[in-house]
Design a protein around this ligand. Structure first.
Ligand SMILES: C[S@@+](CC[C@H](N)C(=O)[O-])C[C@H]1O[C@@H](n2cnc3c(N)ncnc32)[C@H](O)[C@@H]1O
Length: 628
C-alpha cells in the first residue's frame, strides 16, 4: 500500500534520472561524483573564471523556483465549459508557472507545438510578481480567493531598475518547464518585439540549446507607426525545436492550394494544370521541338503552331509518350484544347519551406477588427490581440493535423480560435491547451463596463462565440457535438489550492505541529466536490485532464473508473473487504482510496494488502494500491 504524492512532478529528480541513464558510472550511493563526471567529460568542462553566457540577478533563484513542486490543483468549471465530457480542448484560468508545473506529470513530452505571446516588457504590461517561495499564496491573494495581505502587484516599469532582470526572472522558469512538455519533435514559437528579442534569444539558447534555433520570423504587424524617426513595422517570432533546428515543409494553403482541383475525378486526387513548355528556345534545345498529336482532333501541334512563343516543349518526345500513357497530359474538360497542359498532383507536391518574412498573416489592426466582429457590443474588448491568420499560419507548420498546441499566455484566446478555425477548414483534429491569468480588466475599460472582470473571462467568451460562428458558417455540415468530427467545445479549469491538507514541514512550534497532526486525520480540506477531488487525483496520477471518468456502483460503494478502468477511485469513508475483492479482481493499474477510511482499522489495511497481492500475482499484473 503506497501513499499518493500530492505534488507536481519533481523536475530535478527527472534530470537526475536522465543523467543516470547517460552516466551511470558517476553515481555512487545515489550521489553524483563530480570529479568522476569531469573525468568522463574530458576537455569539455569550463573552468575559466571568464565564461561566455547570459547572467542576471535572480538567475540562481530561478532554479529554486523551477524545482519547487506545486501542491495546488486544477478545479473543473463544468458550468463555464462547453461539451465538458466530450471535448479534448482545455482552457485553464491561472498563473502559468503553477499550471505548467501541474501539467508536468500528465503532459510530459506530449505537446507538439507551443505558441506564446508573452508580455513584451514595454513598461506597460503587468508582470506577475515572482515571490520565490509563495507563488500560490500570492496568486490566491491576487485573485481574491483568500484575504490579501498587502502584496504588491505592479507593472514592470523601466524606472524600477533591474527591468530586464525581472522580465528574465519571469520568463526563464516558465520556458524551462514548458520545454519538458514538448515532444521530441516539438517546436516553440515566441512572439516578441525589439525590447527583449536579444535577451529572449539568449535565454532560449540556454534552455533549448543554440543548435536547436530554427529561425526568427519578421511578421509585418503594421504598415507604419507614428515614431518620429524610425517605424517599427514588425514583430519577431523566435522559433526553437526541442531537439532539432528543422521545420517540416508546409502544406500548400490559400491561393496556391486553390489551384489544385479534380475536374476529371482522377482517383489520384486534386491536381493543378501547369505549363507544358520549358524556358528554352528551339536554338537552345532543338530536341524539345517536335510535333505532339492532339488525341481528339488528330492535329499535329508544334510549340509555335498556335502561339508566337519561342519556348519549346518541357520534355523530350519519349517522355511525352510516357506522360500520355500515365494520364498526365490534359487537353481541357472537352478534350479539344489546342495546346496541352501538364497535370501536377497535390500528393506529389513537396510543400513549401517557411520563409523568414511574413507579410500575409494579418496585422494588429486586422486582429482588432476580428475581435470587434465577435464582440460588437464593445469597441475594444482587449488590447493588442494577434490575428487569427498569424496563428493559423504558425499552427499549419506541422506535419500532422492532430496534435496538441499549448499557449500559456493566452490573452483573448486567439490560439484557441485559430485551432478551431483551421480544423474546420482542413478537417484536422488539433487540440489546444490555453492558460490565462485572471488578470483584472481596468475598471475604466469597455471590457469591464461590459461585465468582463478578468481577461480570462474575455478569453472564455471569445472561444464560445468563435465556436458558434464557425458552427454557423459550416451550417450543420459537420457533427459538432464535441464527440464527432469537429471539436468546438472546451473544458474549463481554474488554479486553486489542494482539496487535501498538505503537510507543512515548515512549522516550528509544538502547538502548530500538534495542530498539523490532528488535521491529517481528516485530510480532505474543504468543501470540494467529488469531481474536484477526482481531477486532483487525475493530475497526480499523471493522467490527462481529458481522461474519461465513469461513475459505477461496486459492492454498494461509489467507485470512479478513470481512463476505461485503468484507475479506480473510491472516496467513501467506509470500505469493505468485498469491495477490495471486486476492485482487485478487475486488475486496474491503480486503486486509490482515502487514507481516513483505514483510520484505527489495521485489520482492514492488512486484508486489503493481502487481497491486492493475491490478484496481482494471480493475474500477473502490476497493480498499485494507493491511499490519499
Ligand atoms: C500579449 S498578451 C497575449 C495576447 C494573445 N496572443 C491574443 O491574441 O489575445 C499576454 C497575456 O499573458 C497574460 N499573462 C501575463 N502573465 C501571465 C502569467 N503569469 N500567467 C498567465 N498569463 C499571464 C496577460 O494577462 C496577457 O493577457
Amino acid at each position: 500500500m503506497k501513499k499518493m504524492t500530492l505534488a507536481s512532478m519533481d523536475i530535478a529528480e527527472h534530470k537526475r534520472e536522465d543523467l543516470k541513464r547517460i552516466f551511470p558510472e558517476v553515481f555512487s550511493e545515489e550521489r553524483i561524483d563530480f570529479d568522476q563526471l569531469k573525468r568522463v567529460l574530458g576537455d569539455w568542462v569550463a573552468s575559466d573564471a571568464e565564461r561566455f553566457g547570459l547572467n542576471w540577478p535572480g538567475k540562481a533563484e530561478c532554479m529554486k523556483i523551477i524545482q519547487k513542486p506545486s501542491s495546488a490543483t486544477l478545479k473543473p468549471l463544468r458550468d463555464e465549459s462547453v461539451h465538458f465530457d466530450a471535448t479534448e480542448n482545455l482552457f485553464i484560468e491561472g498563473e502559468n508557472l503553477e499550471v505548467l508545473k501541474l501539467l508536468q506529470r500528465a503532459y510530459f513530452g506530449k505537446v507538439k507545438m507551443i505558441s506564446i505571446d508573452p508580455p513584451y516588457n514595454t513598461g506597460k504590461e503587468f508582470i506577475y510578481p515572482d515571490k520565490y517561495c509563495e507563488e500560490l499564496k500570492t496568486y490566491l491573494a491576487y485573485t481574491g480567493q483568500v484575504d490579501g495581505d498587502g502584496r504588491k502587484f505592479s507593472t514592470n516599469v523601466d524606472t524600477d531598475g533591474r527591468y530586464h532582470s525581472r522580465w528574465l526572472n519571469m520568463m526563464y522558469p516558465r520556458l524551462y518547464i514548458a520545454r519538458n512538455l514538448l515532444r521530441e519533435d516539438g517546436v516553440i514559437f515566441v512572439n516578441i518585439d525589439d525590447n527583449e528579442v536579444h535577451h529572449l534569444r539568449m535565454v532560449m539558447d540556454l534552455i533549448f540549446g543554440e543548435e536547436n534555433f530554427v529561425g526568427n520570423i519578421a511578421w509585418k504587424k503594421t504598415s507604419g507607426d507614428n515614431k518620429p524617426s524610425f517605424a517599427f513595422t514588425h514583430d519577431n517570432i523566435v522559433i526553437y525545436g526541442k531537439t532539432s533546428n528543422q521545420l517540416p515543409r508546409v502544406r500548400l494553403t490559400g491561393p496556391q492550394r486553390l489551384q489544385y482541383k479534380n475536374p476529371d475525378n482522377d482517383p489520384r486526387g486534386d491536381w493543378a494544370q501547369t505549363d507544358y513548355r520549358s524556358r528554352w528556345t528551339k536554338n537552345e534545345r532543338p530536341n524539345l521541338y517536335y510535333a505532339i498529336t492532339q488525341p481528339n482532333t488528330k492535329e499535329k501541334i508544334f510549340p509555335d503552331t498556335h502561339t508566337k512563343s519561342t519556348r519549346v516543349w518541357g520534355c523530350e518526345k519519349n517522355v511525352h509518350k510516357e506522360n500520355e500513357r500515365n494520364g498526365l497530359v490534359w487537353w481541357g474538360k472537352d478534350g479539344l484544347a489546342k495546346e496541352p497542359k501538364r497535370k501536377r498532383f497535390l500528393f506529389d507536391h513537396r510543400g513549401v519551406n517557411t520563409r523568414s518574412v511574413w507579410d500575409d498573416a494579418g496585422t494588429n489592426d486586422s486582429a482588432s477588427g476580428e475581435l470587434a466582429e465577435l464582440f460588437p457590443e464593445c469597441r475594444s474588448i482587449f488590447d493588442n490581440p494577434k490575428p487569427i491568420s498569424l496563428l493559423k499560419k504558425i499552427i499549419s507548420i506541422a506535419s500532422d493535423k492532430s496534435y496538441i498546441v499549448l499557449d500559456f499566455f493566452a490573452g483573448s484566446a486567439t490560439t484557441a480560435h485559430a485551432v478551431m478555425q483551421l480544423n474546420a477548414e482542413d478537417g484536422g483534429k488539433r487540440k489546444y491547451i490555453c492558460v490565462q491569468l485572471p488578470e483584472p480588466t481596468n475598471e475604466k475599460s469597455e471590457a469591464h463596463k461590459a461585465g468582463y472582470e478578468t481577461i480570462a473571462d474575455i478569453a472564455k467568451e471569445r472561444i464560445r462565440r468563435a465556436a458558434a460562428k464557425i458552427e454557423d458558417e459550416l451550417n450543420g455540415q459537420l457533427d459538432l457535438n464535441g464527440n464527432g468530427q469537429l471539436d468546438l467545445g472546451f473544458k474549463a479549469f481554474k488554479l486553486d489550492s489542494s482539496n487535501f491538507r498538505i503537510w507543512d514541514g515548515d512549522v516550528e512550534d509544538t502547538d502548530a505541529l500538534i495542530e498539523q497532526l490532528e488535521l491529517q486525520v481528516d485530510r480532505i480540506d474543504k468543501e470540494g466536490s467529488a469531481e474536484d477531488i477526482l481531477y486532483e487525483i487525475l493530475l497526480n496520477a499523471g493522467l490527462p485532464l481529458t481522461a474519461k471518468i465513469e461513475k459505477q456502483v461496486v459492492e454498494e460503494k461509489e467507485v470512479f473508473s478513470i481512463a476505461d478502468g485503468e484507475i479506480r477511485v473510491c472516496l467513501e469513508r467506509e470500505l469493505t473487504t468485498e469491495l477490495f475483492d471486486a476492485l482487485a479482481k478487475a486488475s486496474p493499474s491503480q486503486v486509490i482510496c482515502l487514507d481516513e477510511a483505514f483510520y484505527l482499522n489495521d485489520e482492514l489495511k492488512v486484508n486489503a494488502g493481502v487481497i491486492f497481492k493475491f490478484y496481482a500475482t494471480a493475474n500477473e499484473t502490476e497493480m498499485v494500491f494507493k491511499t490519499i
